[in-house]
Ligand binder design. Sequence first.
Ligand code: FEO
Length: 391
Amino acid sequence: MKAVKIKENIYWVGGIDWNLRNFHGYMTQRGSTYNAYLITDKKTVLIDTVKHYLYDEMLARISDIIDPKKIDYVISNHVEMDHSGSIPRLTELIPNATVVTSSPGEKGLRAHYGKSWNFKTVKTGDKINIGARELTFVMEQMVHWPDNMATYSEKDKIIFSNDAFGQHIASSERFDTEYPLDILIEEARKYYANIVLPYGSQVQKVLEALKPFEIDTIAPSHGIIWTEHIPEILNEYVKWAGNQTEGKCTIVYDTMWQSTEKIAMAIKNAFENKNIRCKIYNLKLTHISDIMSDVITSKYICLGSPTLNNNILPTVSSFLTYLKGLAPKNRAALAFGSFGWSGQSVGIIENIFKEMGLNLLDSIKTQYVPDEKKLKQITEDIQNQIGGNNG
Ligand code: FEO
């Protein structure tokens, strides 16, 4: 196992999780990495670790550069176990090392592992001198846990940003100069949509806090390291954090006897007639985390369910729970569905949209199977409600 040189005396020593396909419910079709970084200065510093089952891989990469027993500081930018999971075994090797973390980080690490390591807590603006370098800490509270922080080296113009700017990608490539930018942005978007979306205002604060720093490398805790495309990813983060959308519609539904599906298609026709791009997803076929990649850039969210047992379908309920938690803002929403006799589904969806503070379009409810005339009417009614690029 080889370490990868990032800059003079700075190395990537992380682990590659090639077969990861589900990250606590988020589908990770491209796998992931847990990025740990080693700085060899007068003091030796390890920034973050890896999931517990990749400990040996991390240790082998560290050993490619130095004897791991020489590590003086372990900086824990984030308690979540994909980054802290190897600290317990590592500290058995280096019991006198200092574990540097935020105050919530210390609390979290103690609660996770029940150990009394040599903790040093830091906050925004605190620095530690490690020889030729000074490391500065910047809190990233709620991006996406209370303990998150970033570590900055002015000498190297590098920020170790932890989850911020990360992507779930397993690859041999480490740098954005080596990897297709469109896939990189797509995975960064999916990561943001599924992990960071509820915390837009906190992300905006972090982006503001980073402005004074000269940065030529962003080294996140997952995926590829940003060097050449920093303006692009910062620009995307500004848009996502501000809930800025494109003139685009995402239509999501489940269906029993294809009536709700027919309505979904009639809705699609309305948006397309107004030159608004659509994505359509049947919840039986697509995972909710994949759908979020489109929701994040959509101005319109349409969600449909037939009524089943006076309720919505479980797949729709699952998506709604997920969507509500991720809390997209500044969007218009439309509820739709067919029913046989009681017809509660549309109202249930609409009530949750209201709780989410979305702007409601008139909902669509049809009994049994909508005929061609009804579907045409649905298309026309929606067209009359929406603007559109040429509308
Ligand atoms: Fe990559 Fe919040 O852990």
